[in-house]
Design a protein around this ligand. Structure first.
Ligand SMILES: Cc1cc2nc3c(=O)[nH]c(=O)nc-3n(C[C@H](O)[C@H](O)[C@H](O)COP(=O)(O)OP(=O)(O)OC[C@H]3O[C@@H](n4cnc5c(N)ncnc54)[C@H](O)[C@@H]3O)c2cc1C
Ligand SMILES: *[C@@H]1O[C@H](CO)[C@@H](O)[C@H](O)[C@H]1NC(C)=O
Length: 501
């Protein structure tokens, strides 16, 4: 039976809203305090612990929760979720706090459920897996497994949180070999809306297992992930800058790479940096090259060669890591990508097209003109391909809910600025750029609806881009595991399965 997208969006009557009159949040905090007698698990404003737990990678994503709950384990979370549903208490789930969208892993007038104490990492060599508590950062996981000659399909920067990165997909350097990071989850340990603890894997709760692979915070709190471990090969990387005069050649080569960058050990992130110098824009283009195996710098693998052998005039190459690991590389990135700056991010995906990539660059610079007097203005435009091997690798592991069937290029814009007074202006800049990109991509019939959740802005259509088949499955999982839509109404932030309201 073919359902139109509209009927999927409208066929929503089965889901009931979580009912009951909501209690004021302060009452919810008091109840939580009473439930967890002793009080040290409930943290209130104006304490140093609150300040620490309420710090985010980007200050722009911070909000002011009425209290912060710091569970020690899954059973604490189960009790808390039961209390939240019984009294209609609003909450947000936070793992590493790296997402840029305010209100996703943060909340005003609600309870912040901080997973930071769920930080167990247990390597199990006999099953080639590692259990990772969802409050971890990738750093600890790499540090524990890599001495054994294995690694995990985790984040590029090792300070990124495990929970949000995984439930929203997760892009690692190993994507073309193993798919999305979340494709490599063997088991999700979950607390459901009813406070039940269950496991989702290829044998139990199979549909939930698939739903969580890209389903974000719609189905429960993930308290732990069992991940496949994979062989740790040497990681080599280089960073090559290209002057504005090389732009066309750079984009042509980038397009070729996106089209048939089929050496699964390579990965390239294409970046344009825009900054203001003496009132004028300066643009620097760069390719961040990764090879997840031994690489001879003077004779690089074929797919990387055009960026390294002088074919495109470059402004210099910098070797970043030689024969490292995902962990050592991740630690290096964590050193140079410092937290604390105001920023936002928005994304779009397109079918590969060189002309569009060039158009985007000029739209981006032209739109930025109006904002260049904003204090501390800087902006990055990045893109990378999601190729066939990546998608196939994910399907081989059972598939996910993100619905990608053909290669796309994902792009994201990321402005930076100094003052909180400019937050709205700069959010508006990102929205305008993406809206213009969407229009030209649509006109060229090259717009993909996919929006990668970890790079998505607050006002995007998000999961709608997963496509009708995936959405229908997600709706059915939602009816089964969260029929009262607790993770839609009591958890106000984050992407929602469309068609349920
Ligand atoms: C410096 C930096 C480097 C980055 N590098 C990469 C990269 O290499 N690859 C990549 O793909 N992305 C990268 N990102 C983006 C990153 O994947 C997202 O910001 C991601 O959401 C971060 O995960 P977190 O646990 O810190 O998220 P949080 O900000 O804590 O949470 C993000 C979202 O996930 C939900 N969530 C978190 N934990 C759970 C859980 N246990 N159960 C249910 N829902 C949950 C939250 O409610 C929220 O909606 C990077 C970001 C930064 C700032
Ligand atoms: C990297 O490892 C390879 C294979 O073990 C070795 O031949 C090469 O010399 C190493 N390179 C560096 C810079 O250490």
């Amino acid at each position: 039976m073919a359902l139109s997208f509209a009927s999927i969006l409208l066929g929503s009557s089965l889901i009931l809203q979580a009912s009951g009159t909501p209690l004021p949040t302060s009452k919810c905090c008091n109840l939580l305090d009473a439930e967890f007698r002793g009080g040290e698990k409930v943290v209130y404003p104006q304490t140093s612990e609150y300040e620490v737990l309420n710090t985010y990678f980007a200050p722009t994503s911070q909000q002011t929760p009425s209290c912060i709950f710091t569970p020690s384990d899954t059973s604490d979370i189960s009790r808390a979720i039961k209390l939240f549903t019984r009294h209609s208490c609003k909450f947000a789930i936070r793992s590493g706090g790296h997402h840029y969208n305010a209100g996703w892993a943060s909340i005003d007038n609600g309870i912040l459920l901080s997973l930071s104490n769920l930080n167990k990492v247990v390597y199990n060599p006999s099953s080639n897996s590692v259990f990772v508590g969802s409050g971890n950062r990738w750093r600890k996981v790499y540090d524990i497994v890599e001495p054994h000659g294995v690694t995990v399909v985790g984040a590029q920067n090792s300070d990124v949180g495990v929970g949000g990165f995984l439930v929203n997909g997760g892009i690692s350097y190993l994507a073309d070999q193993y798919g999305w990071a979340v494709d490599n989850v063997r088991d999700f340990e979950v607390v459901t809306a009813e406070g039940r603890v269950l496991h989702a894997n290829r044998y139990e709760n199979k549909e939930l297992f698939r739903a969580f692979k890209g389903g974000s915070s719609n189905f429960g709190v993930v308290t732990g992930f069992t991940l496949d471990t994979v062989k740790s090969n040497p990681v080599n990387s280089a960073y090559v800058g290209f002057p504005a005069s090389s732009y066309d050649a750079f984009i042509n080569a980038a397009y070729q790479y996106c089209l048939k960058g089929e050496d699964p050990k390579s990965q390239i992130l294409f970046i344009s940096f825009l900054s203001v110098k003496n009132g004028a824009f300066s643009v620097e283009n760069a390719a961040s090259l990764i090879y997840t195996d031994v690489m001879d710098l003077s004779n690089p693998p074929k797919v990387l060669a055009p960026f390294m052998d002088g074919t495109i005039p470059s402004s210099g190459a910098q070797v970043m890591g030689r024969n490292g690991t995902l962990g050592s590389h991740g630690h290096f990135l964590a050193e140079i990508q410092k937290p604390g700056g105001r920023t936002t991010r928005q994304t779009i995906s397109i079918l590969p097209d060189a002309r569009l990539l060039k158009q985007f660059q000029s739209i981006w610079i032209k739109t930025a003109e109006e904002y260049k007097n904003v204090e501390g203005f800087k902006a990055d435009l990045l893109f990378q391909p999601i190729g066939k091997k990546w998608i196939v690798a994910g399907n081989a592991k059972g598939g996910n809910s993100m619905g990608l069937t053909e290669p796309v290029i994902i792009l994201w814009v990321q402005p930076h600025w100094t003052s909180a007074m400019d937050d709205e202006t700069m959010a508006d800049f990102a929205t305008r750029v993406i809206t213009l990109f969407e229009k030209v991509a649509k006109d060229a019939k090259k717009l993909s609806n996919f929006e990668y959740l970890n790079y998505a802005g607050p006002k995007q259509s998000l999961m709608a881009g997963y496509g009708t088949e995936s959405i229908r499955r997600l709706q059915s999982v939602k009816r089964q595991y969260d029929p009262r839509n607790v993770f839609g109404t009591l958890l106000p932030g984050g992407p929602k399965v469309p068609g349920l309201y």
